[in-house]
Design a protein around this ligand. Structure first.
Ligand code: ADP
Ligand code: ZN
Length: 541
């Protein structure tokens, strides 16, 4: 009993209202449901909160009702599986999960229900699905015409370029090979062109139709400020923008790069009277669970966390996501900031960024044991994020462009709301690069502090000891102060013209410095913003 897309859509609408109690599909949901419920393969790219779940849950119910059997959902996260199965059962849908939390007896019971055809949706961890025994079971169901659909959630986990690579996702290819003709839908909120190509290749989705929703989250205001005193800037941001009239504050997440930083930031926020909880992989499971539960349940908590926190955490009223360290790439940044404002109300994505971040992320890549290819891709991805951080034009436009979406200036990011004044820093950049070049010719490598001292003509002990006041670039940069020179340097590092390397963070020119040195490439810098960089009042609501 095959369904046409039109029939599938009609049945889907009925399920949407009856089972889920919603009046209308959102965005691309209707198109996806019509295609998938009718048996087509699909790759669905939708931002977090876009409503991906219904894109396979409704086809599952429609196809079960049409006598086509069960839908298997691959999900990487146990907590997410539990939530979804719980919600489906509450709505009267026969759903179950198979994962490591079940006893052997419970798992056997679920498998019996599967065999008896009692289930509409079965959620399973990938490593469970690909065991030969389970694949054989699925093949038997398929042969009997009772395997309706395979849904692969968080499909970007298949890509080693992404930040959530899970090797067991690679093995899902076996499902495509062993279960030919079973419709498959893969879904993700994270997909630049490279990740997308990986999903298609590894899950054999060459024939699938791709549905790309707009990734825009118009209610999120993006702000990226220059680091000065990061924690004071963070406190001021929360104080200015997220303190309620009664003195309480909004719920938010502060992302840090390390466990140690998480602990330090949480302590500082607590000392400032904020309700803050740490979350990182170094805490025991019970503490992590307790903190997560409190964050979800209570109002006005700030979760200070590493990226270990957030996937599958669905709290609608997170009013801000702050980054006090640079994420790895734009996908990570977008996924993390996407946890703000799921309810559609105004929310802030705030990030503080400095030279140290660039140096640290570059070194993480350089020092990793990965292949050269892998490093090259990671460097490219980092560069895109740095370009965003340094940019003087609409942040949203650049974010969306990164995901292949054209748009106009948004009116709801820092650069749109207060267009930064820029100055032509080409000459300054040339001076700085020449100074690094001259110093390199001494046969030794030098750090930022010394280079800037030489530029500014500061006769320090080190300068005198090495006779650097005799260099041709001595004191050619008196017009800028040290902070401004560091800003020029950061831009040059972000542009890839200068590399910061080694134990002593010494500066080295790269091939990208040449066009700037020759005056063929202009460098524009923003004029320093107000100290907090934000502080244009609370996001209105
Ligand atoms: P995603 O998995 O893409 O992050 P979800 O599937 O969790 O998003 O959906 C996000 C929220 O939007 C959920 O609370 C869901 O119930 C709600 N939602 C999804 N589709 C609709 C719809 N058509 N009408 C109303 N609410 C919807
Ligand atoms: Zn903008």
């Amino acid at each position: 009993s095959a369904l046409t897309p039109a029939q599938a859509l009609q049945a889907g609408r009925a399920v949407l209202a009856e089972v889920f109690g919603y009046a209308d599909f959102r965005g691309l949901q209707a198109d996806v449901v019509a295609h998938v419920a009718a048996g087509g393969d699909a790759l669905v790219l939708m931002p977090t909160g876009g409503g991906k779940s219904l894109c396979y849950q409704i086809p599952a119910i429609v196809r079960q009702r049409a006598g086509l059997g069960v839908t298997i959902v691959v999900s990487p996260l146990i907590a997410l599986m539990h939530d979804q199965v719980g919600a489906l059962r509450e709505a009267g849908v026969e759903a179950a999960y198979l994962n490591s939390t079940l006893t052997p007896a419970q798992a056997a019971e679920v498998e019996q229900r599967l065999v008896r055809g009692e289930l509409t949706l079965l959620y399973a961890a990938p490593e469970r699905l690909v065991t030969p025994r389970f694949v054989a079971r699925l093949q038997a169901l398929h042969a009997a015409g009772r395997l309706a659909l395979l849904a692969i959630d968080e499909a970007h986990c298949v890509s080693q370029w992404g930040h959530d690579f899970r090797p067991e996702y690679r093995e899902l290819a076996v499902l495509a090979e062993r279960l030919p003709g079973v419709p498959r839908v893969a879904l993700t909120a994270t997909a630049d062109a490279l990740t997308r190509a990986d999903i298609v290749a590894h899950l054999h989705l060459q024939q699938a139709r791709t549905f790309v929703a707009s990734f825009d989250r118009p209610n999120i205001r993006y702000t990226i400020v220059e680091k000065r005193d990061t924690l004071r800037q963070l406190l001021r941001f929360i104080g200015d923008e997220h303190t309620l009239p009664d003195g309480h504050h909004d719920s938010g997440i502060v992302y840090c790069a390390s466990r140690r930083k998480v602990e330090a930031v949480a302590a500082r926020l607590q000392a400032a009277g904020l309700q803050a909880l740490p979350y990182h992989a170094g805490l025991d499971a019970a503490t992590r669970q307790r903190h997560q539960d409190r964050f979800l349940r209570e109002e006005g908590l700030v979760m200070v966390a590493t990226v270990a926190f957030g996937m599958g955490v669905d709290k609608p009223d997170v009013r801000f996501v702050a980054h006090v360290d640079l994420p790895k790439n734009i996908e990570g940044y977008y996924q993390e900031t996407g946890r703000a404002g799921r309810d559609g109300e105004p929310a802030n994505a705030w990030m503080a960024y400095g030279l140290g971040d660039v140096v640290q992320q570059r070194r993480l890549i350089d020092d990793s044991a990965a292949s050269d290819d892998f490093k090259r891709v990671q460097r490219g991805k980092l560069d895109a994020l740095l370009a965003l951080a340094e940019s003087t034009t609409c942040r949203r436009q650049q974010l969306l462009a990164y995901f292949g979406e054209a748009s106009s200036p948004c009116g709801n990011c820092d650069n749109c709301l207060a267009p930064p004044q820029t100055w032509d820093a080409t000459e300054a950049a040339r001076k700085l690069l020449s100074c690094i070049y001259r110093l390199q010719q001494t046969g030794q490598a030098w750090g930022a502090g010394h280079v800037i001292d030489v530029l500014r003509g500061q006769a320090t002990d080190k300068v005198r000891q090495h006779g650097h006041e005799r260099l041709s670039t001595w004191a050619i940069g008196r017009e800028l102060d040290e902070t401004e020179w560091r800003r020029v340097l950061r831009q040059l590092v972000a542009l890839g013209a200068v590399q910061v390397a080694g134990e002593f963070h010494t500066l080295h020119l790269t091939a990208a410095a040449r066009p700037i040195l020759r005056g063929e490439q202009a460098v524009r810098l923003r004029v320093a913003a107000a100290p907090s960089g934000a502080g244009r009042g609370r996001a209105t609501r």
